[in-house]
Design a protein. Structure first.
Length: 434
């Protein structure tokens, strides 16, 4: 049997803080589960959010047989199973491995790759990042050095539209129109320019160079390097023998995929883009998504870092009807949904650190006063850790020991938090989103 439970998670250092952690990285995965108040939690990493319909079936079966039945989407496009028994690690690993969801047990927590979810589907990007994604995942799983990466180290593959570039990954590949790629290392002012065919290898070089540069095993991300990212960038430039160039400004807000029918791809096929209320996909919704991908799409689903799902490869003449069926099942299919832009952590009773049942409060607020057209995203957090919060501009609702506070985040700044009673939360959140 494989070990399933980790030690309690330690708090991460602030960016740039040079103080070694006293505990190892306890980021959960498929083999090392996390203790939550509602049972064990497994995080199944899906590079680029891509899962086949058959693999989706396996995830749904595991959720139903071992857990609560639902699939929880994460801010990195992964899937989580909750309320699992503490001793399920061996069975979970066996079935995930048989389905191809666990290609390397030693690397399963370092396969943290997000990718532009509409790449190749709408004609907007500079390149289809799919080949880079497959190659980088294979290179990671073949690298003995990469095993030492923390479960928080993040790769982003952006097709040029600026969606996943905005997520602040440790290593970012940014497609250019001329076929080259800009390799961004943390928040360095410059980038490395490499041919598209070398993109995946260059990303791995950057990650392995980070491991060689980290002062201790408690340095998990590039932002935590005591010398900052510039020294690391210079080392990567030397290793690659590639030119450095000023990096474009990182988008302050991600170009989040809209919900609805997606068209414009070179293949002529359409895609369906839907959201999951609070990132939770019920068992029935998950089966419908898998069946739609298998029967009407190209056989795959793409989970997005914004807790949505894309079904590629749909015949344009069937797209509207299929989207309607997904909407009837309770998924978000358009900007007019009251759930559009609403997110929350798991809150009580699932998390012991949460001070509030923020999901129930979010649902009550949606029912009382849905967000206006063009409203800012809102994220409800059960404690000051704000697990899974969005990037860019958003309304921050956080539970405190004394109640709840509401503020508006604009990039790296925020308005002064305002204490709000539970009764007044719906009106306060609606006003802040506008």
């Amino acid at each position: 049997m494989l070990a399933a439970m980790p030690p309690p998670a330690s708090s991460p250092s602030a960016p740039g803080e040079n103080s070694p952690r006293t505990r190892g990285d306890a980021c959960p995965g498929s083999l090392r589960l996390h203790r939550a108040d509602d049972g064990a939690l497994a995080r199944v990493r899906l590079p680029g959010g891509i899962v086949t319909a058959e693999q989706a079936d396996v995830l749904g079966e595991l959720a139903a047989e071992l857990g609560e039945g639902d699939i929880h989407l994460t801010s990195r496009g992964n899937a989580q199973l909750r309320a699992l028994p503490a001793d399920c690690g061996g069975e979970l690993a066996l079935r995930l491995g048989e389905s191809g969801l666990l290609p390397s047990a030693r690397h399963e927590r370092v396969r943290n790759l997000v990718a532009s979810p509409l790449s190749g589907l709408d004609g907007r990007g500079n390149a289809d990042v799919g080949p880079w994604l497959a190659e980088l995942d294979a290179l990671l799983c073949a690298s003995e050095r990469a095993v030492a990466l923390s479960g928080r180290f993040l790769f982003a593959l952006d097709d040029g539209r600026g969606d996943v570039d905005a997520l602040g990954a440790d290593v970012t590949l940014l497609a250019r129109r001329d076929g080259d790629v800009l390799l961004r290392v943390g928040g360095a002012a410059d980038a490395v320019r490499v041919p598209g065919a070398q993109a995946a290898g260059a990303a791995l070089v950057a990650a392995e160079t980070f491991l060689d540069s980290a002062p201790d095993a408690g340095t998990w991300r590039i932002a935590e390097l005591p010398d900052g990212p510039e020294v690391l960038l210079a080392q990567v430039v030397r290793k690659l023998g590639a030119p450095r160039t000023p990096a474009p400004a990182r988008p302050g807000e991600a170009a989040v995929p809209g919900t609805g029918v997606v068209t414009g791809g070179a293949s002529g096929a359409a895609a369906l883009s839907v959201g999951a209320p609070l990132g939770r996909v019920t068992a029935a919704q998950w089966r419908l998504l898998a069946d739609t991908a298998r029967g009407a799409g190209d056989g795959t689903l793409r989970l997005t870092p914004w807790r949505g799902v894309v079904v590629p490869g749909v015949a344009p003449e069937r797209a509207a009807v299929l989207l309607g069926a997904l909407g009837a099942a309770g998924l978000v299919t358009g900007p007019d949904s009251p759930w559009s832009g609403v997110g929350a952590c798991i809150g009580r009773p699932g998390c012991a650190k949460s001070l509030s049942d923020v999901r129930a409060l979010a649902a009550a607020a949606v029912g009382a006063a849905p967000g206006p057209a063009g409203a800012l995203p809102v994220y409800w957090s059960g404690c000051a850790r704000r697990c899974g919060h969005p990037h860019g501009d958003w309304v921050d609702v956080v539970a405190t020991p004394d109640g709840h506070e509401v503020s508006v985040v604009h990039g790296d700044s925020r308005t002064s938090p305002v204490a709000v009673t539970e009764r007044a939360l719906p009106a306060a959140v609606t006003a802040a989103r506008a």
